[in-house]
Design a protein around this ligand. Sequence first.
Ligand code: FES
Ligand SMILES: [Fe+2]
Length: 397
Amino acid sequence: MAEANWKETGSAYDRTEATFDDEIVQVERGTPTGELLRRYWHPIAVADEVGDLPQSVRVLGEDLVLFKTPNDDFGLVYPRCIHRGTKLIYGRVEERGIRCCYHGWLYDCEGHCIERPCEPAEHQTPPAHYRQPWYPVEVKYGLVFAYMGPPDRQPLLPSYDILENVEDGFEIVPDGTSIGSGGPTVMPCNWFQTHENVMDPFHVMVLHSSFSTQQFGEMMAIRPEITWETTEHGVISHQYRTFPDGRVLDRVTEVIQPTLRIVADPRLERFGPGDNISWTLPIDDTHTKIFTAMKWPENEDRPWIGGMPMYGGKTWFELDEEGHQRFPGDYEAQVGQGDITLHSEEHLASSDKGVALFRRQFKEAVQAVARGEDPPGIIRDAPALVAVRTGNFLPDA
Ligand code: FES
Ligand SMILES: [Fe+2]
């Protein structure tokens, strides 16, 4: 009844039941999207922020324990000890691995149980199959990356050209505070709606006009001319703006499947290739975090620490509810779409072309994995070096 009336009345009473697209939002093991995400490496922590205690991490809907030995080796394990199930978060980190607090079973960084001190001497080292479930980890750009997929499908951890060959006086700075979220570190919403925003450059002239123009100038508020390219592993947008002196800026933004977001410097007159890469991390279906690695001058202030961007002169954390209404940013817009946005209620328009292209490519990748194939961007042969296209360019200069 309601469905029949809806098109005629437009009344909220007659609205139809809303749903999300389960081929793009779910992250749990065994779901189509969760299996796609598990074919790639994901950053899960900033290496220097892991201290002498084990750390709880939640990634792709799984609770895990991350630890760093005194030799700077990292381990990532299932949180319940395989002996009798207590939490390894209370374990002690030692040179050889993590020791459970209860009966002292010791696990190395690959989960092998290598000591059981309560057992008789001849049984203190158990058979090789006594193993705490584990995932491989590697450190790159100051970030700890984990691979949580099928072991026989593990790809190489890629490098990116814009973060290699760091010039003298610069360093790679890792960050785990979700710089691109516009607000708190953990966004209480599904990862995909925050991620596809990167292929939505039109929102800048509207949403960002309430704050970005104050920091980055009126050029941000211009409606750019936009073209799109689909690459073998992602989508690129070219945003063309003309400076008052006639120079044409080609601002290139790129997403690489499945979670990389590479945005050019918002200071539009800083020309050249991009200097940072971010990864959207699905914590679970309704929580998201963003990790970033950026090339930055060694002795220059890091303005993103403690308050970027600014909203009417305040940081996000200093705004009261009225302030969030007066200066909504990416956080309000994307968390405002709900825990998981309802795709069935959407009305995509031509300005959503980038979002549509990215969704289509993502779904093709999900289907490829379901067919038993590799998704785009999987690299198994060294050097696993990926060329990035992002930057602020003057094509006619
Ligand atoms: S529960 Fe971990 S060693 Fe016994
Ligand atoms: Fe934005």
